[in-house]
Design a protein. Sequence first.
Length: 311
Amino acid sequence: MEGVRRWWQELAGLVLPAECGGCGSARTVLCPPCSAALGGAEPFRVRPVPEPPGLPAVHAAARYADEVRATLLAHKERGALALARPLGAALAGAVRAGVGEVGWGEGEGPRPPGDLLLVPVPSTRAAVRARGHDPARRIALAAAGELRRAGVPARVASVLRQRRAVADQSGLGSRQRLDNLVGALTVVPGGARVLCGGPVVLVDDVVTTGASLAEAARAVWAVRVAEAAQWAGPGQSGRCEEEAKGALCGEGATAGYVGRTREDSKKLSGAEVTGVDGVSVRAPGDAGGAGDVLCAAVVAAAPDSFEINRN
């Protein structure tokens, strides 16, 4: 039944008269003013207040308000699937801003090997069943297509899954959201092999407190630390194994390796990885290599939850 529902939603979006997802204007998926509100400005760096530990650097394409909010809700809750393309284009702009900040692919010589992996924060299975689709994944797929058309090798790696039930986040404060989500995500079996295909950008439709992106970063980090334990030097492997166990279980603070700035990337040219307890190991390859979390990108950020460009 879910497949039939998705098929009808796709067909309806193609053959029936549409209305603007942002303002409701007739016979248009997204009118020019609403399109400008979504992707007409330069993507910007946002930071939640307070900022959760381990949150990567986050860039957003727009503020989550008015027409942008209506557009995202129309796509997510009302199955306006044709909106995935303009939403994906906006997300692609935020991704480009994020990877540009860390300097990925810049400088002399060829771009680092591997595709840019867009890793969406997953919806719960119950939410996917109710909506008939996974909004973040659908937008990520559209964003990857936009990036490839612009010459950036990118693909979606849907390797994260909910491993336990979580409470509804609406109405929860920042601390409550962190407590609710810690340890909730994991990388699917075989996902570590997928993450070896390139550096990671975590993506979502909206960010408020940053708890979901911080938890996604922890889950990816857990795989990296477990991998590091296999090639850590003498005296380090035991510490790495303990750190991997804690990260996999969602214990302690999230690792500080994610969310690098351009300056951080230069310092990490030898790919030194510092974990939650301060233990350092050296990964093969350069910083920004396969499996590294470069940054995070979202379509929109809630204005009330963020101080923009906070120093």
